[in-house]
Write a protein that binds this ligand. Sequence first.
Ligand SMILES: [Zn+2]
Length: 338
Amino acid sequence: MPVARMTAGGACLRTALVLLAALAISTSAFAVDTPASAGPAAAAAPAWPLVREGQQGAQVRTVQHLLRQRGETIVADGIFLGLTKAAVQRFQSANGLSADGIVGPLTWPVLLVPLDTGATGEAVRALQVQLNRYAAGLTVDGVLAGPTAEAVSAFKTERGLGSGSTVDVAVWQWLVGGAPSVGGYALPLSRDVLPRGEYDDPHHDYPAIDLPVPTGTAAYASAAGTVAAVNDSSCGIGVVITDANGVRHIYCHFSQRVAAGGSTVVAGQLVGYTGNTGNSTGPHLHFGIRTGTTNRCPQPFLLALYDGVAPPAPATLPTTGCYYATPSPARPLLDHLH
Ligand SMILES: [Zn+2]
């Protein structure tokens, strides 16, 4: 198992204390900044994801189908290696973009193809791969009709993007920038980047979880809510999302934060990229759920989302059984983590 290296257990406790202090400050700041009459802000379109060499999964396969639509002959196997990077660079050079081989906010809108009902081809396959991220269960046959058209229409309606099955750049942005939600919650990582077994690993000395993923892995909001930015020596670059019930969803050790402090996000919206900042000695995502001052075990919540079923309400999550309460010689602290 690609376990991130772990540091002494005191680090996470300090993180918790620092976070509590930061939240106290940010909560009062919101009270001052937000007019009493203002309703919740409309959710902004999700940020464009970065897709680049070394990644694999549905986002890579989407890029490959779109490149094939442009005449490239690479295989759409969902694995981003040198041939795919070279194809991205050729596309970027041909379109006046910096040829860095990374599909990001400047490249996506040029690479994407608006689609009308009845369209066929590789771009429709890309669309179907995306819709299947949201459990559409489509055959990737490259035809925008029937179940695919219905899936587009449902996706748009749920997000207030209009009706019908045409796919413009805004719809594409919501597709590629988001992640599926179940019961109003979403996995904090794309389902294809970690096996199920990683979502039930115990934390070191308090309820939380450390998910071992390479730096640069997209992290998504597990619930709709308001973002507080975190930047300190323990958590590193992170976010805390406070949902409508006041539950805090905590992310630490990002390499880059995407969602700004004070912004509103929907479940499944990109909030940052994982990394190794703060008190961490290996790339991973630290994820926690807190109700009031109580840290909850996120493992049952995450496993349900992985399985595609509505997770238990955060307030019902256990507070014990998901961490090594007493490090033993057989399980040295260095095997646990922050
Ligand atoms: Zn941790």
